[in-house]
Design a binder for this molecule. Structure first.
Ligand code: FMN
Length: 162
């Protein structure tokens, strides 16, 4: 059984930290999604750009993946919440991916307003089988965006389902 973690992270490395922990503890390979055009400007500028992109369902071009996701049986996908949805880079990945015959686990980081991100991701996973979902919350305060406010044991509970 081959297992792969795919994640995107932008603000504080929150999604990256969880993705690395999952990959380490499950022996999975890992892909960090990266847009070919980096987001630029202040945090607020990116928040505004993100709103526009999410509204349009924009799918940014991504840099080539380190490995071929089609080669894996179980794919764990992690995204930060961007305007109640998955980050645009993750939308690009999910739309391109054929999940037929795959087991999929989905996780989302957020700052208190998770919206319908996981629901949307579950839909895009079809016809793959969702085996776990995880919602991990971090502080919304500017100075401590990297502080996890939900219990760390939630990550262990998620990993147990893989
Ligand atoms: C463009 C943008 C939109 C965001 N929208 C939301 C949101 O709708 N709900 C929420 O709870 N957090 C929102 N956030 C905060 C991030 O989801 C949160 O800080 C996340 O943990 C960041 O993960 P990262 O460090 O891996 O990028 C947004 C952040 C950005 C940059």
């Amino acid at each position: 059984m081959k297992r792969l973690v795919v994640y995107y992270s932008f603000t504080a490395g929150n999604t990256k930290k969880i993705a690395l922990k999952i990959a380490k503890e499950t022996g999975a390979d890992i892909i960090a999604l990266e847009t070919t055009e980096p987001y630029q400007g202040s945090y607020q500028a990116v928040v505004d750009q993100g709103l526009d992109e999410v509204k349009r369902g924009f799918m940014p071009a991504l840099k080539p993946y380190a490995v071929n996701p089609a080669d894996y049986d179980e794919i764990i996908i992690g995204t930060p919440t961007w305007w109640y949805e998955m980050a645009p880079a993750v939308l690009t990945f999910m739309e391109k991916m054929d999940f037929f015959g795959k087991k999929v686990a989905l996780f989302q980081t957020n700052a208190g307003w998770p919206g319908k991100c996981l629901k949307t991701m579950e839909k895009k996973t079809a016809p793959g089988k969702v085996i776990a979902t995880g919602l991990f919350t971090f502080s919304a305060r500017d100075a401590e965006r990297d502080k996890m406010t939900s219990p760390v044991s939630d990550i262990d509970d998620f990993i147990k389902k893989l």
